[in-house]
Design a protein around this ligand. Sequence first.
Ligand code: SF4
Length: 210
Amino acid sequence: MSYAVKECFLTLQGEGMQAGSRSVFLRFAGCNLWSGREQDRATAQCDFCDTDFVGTDGEGGGKFASADALAAHVEELWGEGRENRLVVITGGEPMLQLDPALVDSLHKRGFKVAVETNGTLPAVTGLDWICVSPKAGTDVVQRSGDELKLVWPQKGIDPVELERWNFDHFLVQPMDCERRDEAVAAAIKLAMDRPKWRLTLQAHKVVGLA
Ligand code: SF4
């Protein structure tokens, strides 16, 4: 199997329960809920995306002919030292490309493998951390994992319904949009009204990391 990677770089995880952790971010190209083209946004299943996942031209991106080649690229970006190796695999939608061979190759190099997915495709086995971020109007099949990250507000999603899903952590993150102040207020309100939810912010944007 070959892999199309938009970008891949060393950074600090900015979101969720692992915020602040040194990690290699591996962003796969492509998503099943939006083409990534602005002219398609209004009719996309997911219309609030803040990510460029089109092509393979980003920092550290490219086409990789095998799982081993891509895992070696991740390891090179991490550098020396085997302590707390973490790779965060995202997209686009990572489950379009991520397979057990890549998970195995990363494990052999000592990495914990975390994914951030929209949950519309089942997660591959062997993952160390599953973060699902549901999108309104989609059929989420991956209803278990480590953290559920709800970008808020979204019409058509009921947080009370989501609370029945099988996750260890329930996080609400203000939508990064033009009405940012309203989104922050709505996220705070949800966390205050329903204590199962914890407010999370995009720390990488606050401190100016990619
Ligand atoms: S599912 Fe995620 S990657 Fe895909 S369009 Fe929505 S926010 Fe962007």
